[in-house]
Design a protein. Structure first.
Length: 192
């Protein structure tokens, strides 16, 4: 949400995608997520710039190997700095800029550079669930509310201390319900 509030054009484009593919008569559902590539781009770009865990789970080398030109002896603990890889200007064009468009039509070329959940057979087993839950949550927030910053100043994106890189300054934003909230609330009242 912080990135979207700092980039209103991206928020507007995501809202237009949701309105076009899902509409204002029903909430975004899991089956809708495959029709929302720009929403996925926003999530991927956010995880690229702000991975939940900047250092991936440590790995243990079972045999001598070479990683990035460095000889790694057997029985070495290897830490992968996903945060640094995701911001490496030799891998990413305009690496420090929030650009969800970089994941449109990217195919596998961007996929192997993006590793917020790890890669390969040791990747996080909850990756699929996490991506669906984040997609549904973010999609619902964009679909149901108009969002604005509380001032003209950009949201502070500074990172705090900790293993999961929390924001140094918690997000504060203003929201106003969109027309779909009338539909959602009238359905929920009917269920009671």
């Amino acid at each position: 949400m912080s990135n979207l509030l700092n980039h209103p054009r991206v928020l507007k484009k995501a809202r237009a995608e949701l309105d076009s593919h899902v509409g204002q008569q029903q909430l975004v559902d899991e089956s809708d997520l495959s029709k929302l590539p720009y929403l996925h781009g926003i999530i991927s770009e956010t995880l690229r710039l702000y991975p939940a865990a900047p250092l991936l789970v440590p790995h243990y080398s079972s045999s001598d190997c070479t990683i990035g030109g460095y000889d790694v002896p057997r029985d070495t603990i290897v830490l992968v700095n996903a945060w640094a890889i995701h911001r490496d200007p030799t891998l990413w064009e305009d690496a420090e800029t929030f650009k969800p468009e970089r994941f449109e039509n990217s195919g596998e070329s961007e996929g192997y550079k993006l590793m917020p959940f790890g890669l390969g057979r040791r990747a996080c087993p909850g990756m699929g669930l996490a991506q669906r839950v984040v997609g549904l949550t973010l999609g619902s927030l964009i679909q149901c509310f108009e969002w604005e910053r509380i001032s003209e100043e950009k949201i502070d994106m500074a990172e705090g201390k900790g293993l999961t890189m929390p924001k140094a300054v918690p997000l504060e934003a203003m929201c106003k319900a969109r027309p779909i909230m009338n539909v959602v609330l009238s359905e929920s009242v009917g269920d009671i």
